[in-house]
Design a binder for this molecule. Structure first.
Ligand SMILES: *Cc1c(COP(=O)(O)O)cnc(C)c1O
Length: 420
């Protein structure tokens, strides 16, 4: 690894080098509050930038279609073993290139084209891959949806009623924009009542689950997927887990040779490194802090007169609703961007605007918590967010706040080894 230095890229391709430098500056100076983003450690990035990118390793550890896989076998097996240890499950496939690929593998393994799936509506906080029409999941399968009530919460009795009518083969639980704990046990009861498979997609909350800071989908779900780059703070990628040997075999074939070719061994090596960080007792402190920070954020927003969907948060994010405000999620997103805070616009329950405009924003705490920020900083930032929203037209103020926040950010490096 010693020959990987910044000089290599600087000399070989100064254009790309400069772009990456500028991106580093952007990530350092801005406050990253997109709920699905995070900062990996230098160790994770080093593994990702390693010679494993050169290696073909189609197949699975110790059963490959290529020679020379001795080290690839070891590193993939290590990633698998660590994943199983973190989540307390029997089988893990660490090869999916992304969360969407992992979800595609679950459907491909367990469904035939046209089979019925029941997932959370995208506009209510679900993910594209939970049966949304523009996604393969809505095109290849017959998708039905449940959502949240006007109070922003899943009504489990209603989900049970919908399941009874639909009779889906798979029920998908898990979300991309839901601030409350997901009751996997209750979802399993609903799945059992209609003989459906329960598929839990914990892409957003996996880091909390890993720390015991959110109910685990095991032993309730038949199959579980996650991304590795959100609250897990690993490299960009996906993973599928199960306790069921039959399902595990089908998933393995669905991923390779079903959907993917050669695994990204460099990314798998980086997953293994991230998993080691998660197995460190310090991980629990990180996950607790992520929740504590999101809680403070929600409390300040409420105190300052903003509506939070469901009134608060149990996890790493808050959804702010502007249904009763004269501006949209898009306006808020742009104004906060000018002030140096990156969030994303989001639909809210009872949405009246288009998905491109929306009446809400989603704000998350994982990335800034990884930089070492705590309640004090989150209270400060939350008040700045309210200052921007209270004065959404005041571009001068946004600029001034941007300066103040840049100063705050400069005290918190993005590679904060003390929070691993
Ligand atoms: C982010 C996300 C995914 C997809 O992950 P990608 O790596 O972007 O494909 C899947 N499911 C949920 C719930 C997510 O939030």
């Amino acid at each position: 690894m010693r020959y990987i230095t910044e000089e290599n890229l600087k000399v070989a391709d100064s254009e790309v080098f400069e772009i990456i430098e500028a991106e580093l500056k952007r990530q350092t100076n801005h406050l990253e509050m997109i709920a699905s983003e995070n900062f990996t450690s230098p160790a994770v990035m080093q593994a990702m930038g390693s010679v494993f990118t050169n290696k073909y390793a189609e197949g699975y550890p110790y059963k490959r279609y290529y020679g020379g896989c001795e080290q690839a076998d070891k590193v993939e097996q290590l990633a698998i073993d660590r994943a199983c240890k973190i989540f307390g499950c029997k089988f893990a496939n660490v090869q999916p290139h992304s969360g969407s690929q992992a979800n595609g593998a679950v459907y491909a393994a367990l469904l035939k084209a046209g089979d019925k799936i029941l997932g959370m509506d995208l506009s209510h906080g679900g993910h594209l891959t939970h049966g949304s029409k523009p996604s393969f999941s809505g095109q290849n399968y017959s998708a039905f949806y449940y959502g949240v009530e006007l109070d922003g919460r899943i009504n489990y009795d209603k989900v049970a009623e919908i399941a009874k009518i639909v009779q889906p083969k798979i029920i998908v639980c898990g979300a991309s924009a839901y601030a409350r704990e997901i009751d996997f046990k209750r979802f399993r009861e609903i799945a059992d009542s209609v003989n459906a498979i329960l598929f839990a997609d914990i892409a957003h909350i996996a880091g909390l689950v890993a720390a015991g800071e959110h109910q685990s989908p095991f032993p309730h779900a038949h199959v579980v997927t996650t991304t590795t780059h959100k609250t897990l703070r690993g490299p960009r990628g996906g993973m599928v887990m199960t306790d069921d040997e039959e399902i595990a075999k089908k998933i393995n074939s669905a991923i390779f040779p079903g959907l993917q070719g050669g695994p990204l061994v460099h990314v798998i090596a980086a997953k293994a490194v991230a998993f080691k960080e998660i197995l460190d007792p310090k991980w629990k402190d990180y996950a607790k802090q992520v929740k504590a920070n999101a809680k403070v954020l929600g409390e300040v927003l409420v105190k300052r007169g903003y509506d939070i969907v469901s009134g608060g948060t149990d996890n790493h994010l808050v959804l702010v609703s502007f249904l009763n405000k004269p501006f949209s999620g898009k306006d808020a997103d742009a104004a906060l961007g000018d002030a140096g805070i990156t969030v994303n616009k989001n639909t809210v329950p009872g949405e009246t605007r288009s998905p491109f405009v929306t009446s809400g924003i989603r704000i998350g705490s994982p990335a800034l918590t990884a930089r070492g920020m705590k309640e004090k900083e989150f209270e400060f930032i939350a008040n700045k967010i309210c200052d921007v929203l209270d004065n959404i037209e005041d571009k001068e103020l946004h600029k001034k706040i941007n300066k103040e926040l840049e100063e705050l950010a400069s005290n918190f490096v993005i590679y904060n080894s003390s929070t691993y």
